[in-house]
Design a protein around this ligand. Structure first.
Ligand SMILES: [Zn+2]
Length: 147
């Protein structure tokens, strides 16, 4: 008895690292990033998701740990992981993210944009946020406009 065709825990797109969350109406189940997309773009989407797999794991960690006694430890680990991937623009910023839910939404937005093929700007839309974390860039932004 082998039934490998119906695995409702994994996304049906080949190689996708995400869990399936919804069906396309047929027998296949997909993650939120593959659901409703053209099969011709699946490979590109999967590539992006694999590239951002560390961030997907972080989002999962926030969802699982936030509000539990594990959160404090998990939060420290997450901040560490984000720095290790040189994405300090994704660190939790109390002033703008306010709480973990909104922060999670921001992180998921990054994955979402990548899966949709939206080009990420090299610098965040609000450069001052980056500058707060990066003294070198702050110096650059502080150069007079008319220099
Ligand atoms: Zn998928």
């Amino acid at each position: 008895m082998k039934d490998t065709t119906v695995d409702k825990t994994a996304c049906a797109a080949f190689g996708c690292p995400c869990a399936a969350t919804a069906s396309n109406g047929g027998s296949n189940w997909f993650c939120t990033y593959h659901l409703g997309t053209e099969a011709s773009s699946w490979q590109r989407i999967t590539q992006e998701l694999r590239r951002l797999e560390w961030l997907i794991l972080i989002c999962r960690g926030i969802r699982v740990c936030y509000g539990t006694e594990r959160w404090e430890k998990a939060f420290k680990q997450i901040q560490h992981d984000i720095r290790a991937h040189q994405r300090s623009d994704l660190l939790f910023v109390k002033e703008t993210d306010v709480n973990a839910q909104q922060w999670l939404r921001r992180l998921e937005g990054v994955i979402d944009n990548a899966a949709r093929g939206v080009q990420q700007p090299q610098l965040p839309v609000m450069p001052q946020r980056q500058a707060a974390h990066d003294p070198v860039q702050r110096v650059q932004f502080d150069l007079p406009q008319h220099a």
